[in-house]
Ligand binder design. Structure first.
Ligand code: SF4
Ligand code: SF4
Length: 253
């Protein structure tokens, strides 16, 4: 079985939540409003084994997929998307964007459905597009392997952060337990700071100064309608956290 695919640069996949590595989250803190996404993956799901390896277990039957994200409403385009629908930061774009449409979160043998364009996406899968996937193998797996390596390298940090939060926040554990019982699972968006506290050699004040500007900017652009209430709340909370960190950093100078 082989699949063809070529990007026509329509920009349609550059909207809404964008999973990031920890390192991408830090280097793009002046560009993306950041958060951490926690998702439950039940035993028996295709992604269970890999998720468990890269993340942490909630219980015997549930693994947790934990990833920093650019936390944007689905109707908001990526701040790096240009007017011509091209990425304006091609040379420094996140590893997730480089691997698209493949995903290093899944086994290489489980990528075929990712090559079927979603509704509204203008990816070329016609006979004039190059073959990119054959018999369960990505023909040029350079970006896939790089993203997988990044995920493996940061797994210890993610695991330490998750273990700490599950122990210190019983309400989070209860929420995840509830979600794990649902057939479709669930997702929870949390603040980025507790994760960053687990990263060695990070200048949190520098991070907070850059992130605060992004949060202020997106809050100013967020429509005053109920559909954005959850985003508004999270941005306001995030901004307060960044401001607290900047005040405490000033106090230590
Ligand atoms: S960084 Fe570039 S490729 Fe990635 S979502 Fe944004 S515009 Fe698209
Ligand atoms: S939706 Fe498809 S064609 Fe459009 S930018 Fe994304 S990968 Fe390229």
């Amino acid at each position: 079985m082989e699949r063809r695919f070529a990007c026509t640069v329509c920009g349609k996949c550059c909207y809404g939540w964008l999973p990031l590595s920890i390192s991408d989250a830090l280097s793009h803190a002046h560009r993306f409003p950041l958060a951490v996404l926690w998702g439950t993956v039940r035993q028996g799901a295709k992604a269970f084994d890999l998720t468990e390896k890269l993340g942490i277990r909630l219980d015997k039957k549930t693994a947790l997929r934990i990833t920093p994200i650019a936390y944007l409403p689905p109707s908001f385009q990526c701040p790096a998307l240009g007017e011509d629908m091209r990425c304006t930061i091609h040379e420094e774009k996140p590893v997730r964007c480089r691997t698209m449409p493949f995903s290093a979160d899944r086994e290489m043998s489980d990528q075929a459905d990712l090559l079927i364009p979603r509704s509204g996406w203008l990816c070329n899968t016609q006979p004039d597009a190059p073959v990119v996937y054959r018999d369960g193998n990505i023909l040029d797996a350079t970006d896939f392997n790089r993203e997988r390596q990044v995920l493996q390298d940061q797994a210890t940090t993610i695991q330490s952060y998750a273990a700490f939060l599950l122990k210190s926040a019983p309400s989070l554990k209860a929420q995840l337990d509830k979600q794990a019982k649902r057939p479709a699972g669930g997702q929870i968006v949390l603040k980025i700071l507790p994760l960053l506290r687990k990263v060695a050699d990070i200048d949190l004040a520098y991070f907070a100064a850059r992130q605060a500007l992004v949060l202020k900017d997106i809050l100013a652009r967020l429509p005053e309608t109920p559909e954005f209430n959850e985003y508004r709340k999270n941005y306001v909370d995030g901004l307060e956290e960044m401001d607290r960190m900047l005040i405490s950093a000033k106090g230590t100078i």
